[in-house]
Design a protein around this ligand. Structure first.
Ligand code: GTP
Ligand code: MG
Length: 342
């Protein structure tokens, strides 16, 4: 069975089932809420992507060269990236020619299949959730200015507190005025400890203090906030490497290192990821502000060009608006108008 049909069975059925009066288990309720978040958060992208595909399929009775050119444009406009788009279209052309397929609706289904397969083939399928096989897990949050690092820290802290973990925060952004206070407000709200430094203190020294406390006091998770830095500012990037090295040396293990990318910045996000990846070992990407963009294809572009897994996705400003990245739900959120309409 193709992925398109699989998603249809997996999720459309669930949506209709929920109409019936039936006692839901806690797990089912959580899954339903999660799917709804994806559905709502990807609404703009869906309009830009699958509604256009649907409309394209209506306009062409049979797929021809013009059809594939328009399809290519839709993928580029959705921010899937040039490389992903070209590979996918070439792939589709080859396959449809070989199998004699020219029905646009069928090609839409094949496209969803390709999006899924391409994501998987680009890298190992690692678990997105943090794993706590050693204590403490140190998580560095990095990224350029204003992408949502601090907000994502609060969301992740809440997530793991709810899972019963002992969590603390470290304000290693000693550069931006108000950064320490912003993180302290979140720590107070979540009732967890925070390590801060003086204004303009070396961020690596604050990261050191935080890591040490995390080790000494047996925390499960220490999340380190870092200042926003543009990838082309050499001294700031060096400073990040220093934080990374200090934490790695003290804890004796490579930290989890998330790069936060704002989905609304488009292909610039790919350039950011390339630069950060050269400097430190990025173990995952968090895509934020997915709810504010119509270009949800950025996840596919990043995966195609960097192979780094997207671990979490931000779908709103509240501390509950963070979901573990799930390829099925993402593709369903992006394409559900095609799938439901079948
Ligand atoms: N809609 C939406 N807004 C978000 C999301 N994540 C963060 N934001 C908003 O983005 C803005 C910037 O968030 P911060 O968390 O302060 O960003 P930052 O990367 O820490 O910023 P600097 O520390 O200045 O580099 C805030 O207004 C957040 O509410 C998201 O997933 N969706
Ligand atoms: Mg911040």
């Amino acid at each position: 069975m193709g992925l398109f049909k699989f998603l249809k069975e997996k999720f459309s059925k669930k949506t209709s089932e929920t109409q019936e009066i039936k006692v839901e288990t806690k797990e089912e309720k959580k899954e339903k809420e999660s799917l709804e978040k994806y559905d709502k958060g990807l609404e703009k992208s869906r309009k830009n992507f699958s509604n256009k595909l649907e409309e394209l399929a209506k306009r062409y009775k049979n797929a021809n060269q013009d059809y594939f050119e328009e399809l290519e444009e839709i993928l580029i406009e959705a921010d899937c990236g040039v490389s992903f788009t070209i590979n996918t279209i070439e792939n589709l052309l080859e396959y449809t020619k070989e199998k004699n397929i020219d029905n646009p609706k069928e090609i839409n289904e094949l496209l969803v299949d390709r999006m899924f397969l391409n994501y998987l083939k680009e890298g190992e399928d690692i678990k997105n959730e943090l794993t706590f096989d050693h204590k403490p897990v140190i998580l560095l949050m990095t990224g350029v200015n204003g992408v949502g690092k601090t907000t994502t820290i609060a969301k992740l802290a809440k997530r793991y507190i709810n899972q019963g973990k002992k969590v603390m925060l470290v304000a290693a952004d000693t550069f931006r005025a108000g950064a320490k206070e912003q993180l302290t407000i979140w720590a107070d709200r979540l009732s967890i400890p925070i390590v801060t430094g003086n204004d303009n203190e070396d961020p690596a020294s604050v990261a050191y203090k935080g890591t040490k406390k995390g080790i000494d006091e047996c925390f499960d998770l220490v999340i380190v906030d870092t200042a926003g830095r543009l990838q082309n500012k050499k001294n700031l990037m060096e400073e990040l490497r220093k934080i990374y090295n200090v934490v790695t040396k003290l804890s004796g293990i490579n930290p989890e290192c998330f790069l936060v990318i704002d989905a609304t910045t488009g292909q610039n996000g790919v350039l950011q990821a390339k630069a950060f990846k050269e400097l430190i070992n990025i173990t995952g990407i968090v895509i934020t502000k997915m709810d504010g963009t119509s270009k949800g294809g950025i996840i596919l572009a990043i995966r195609e060009e960097l192979g780094i897994p997207v671990r979490f996705i931000g779908l709103g400003e509240k501390d509950s608006d963070l979901e573990e990245f799930d390829l099925d739900k993402y593709l369903y959120g992006l394409c559900s108008s095609l799938i439901k309409d079948e």
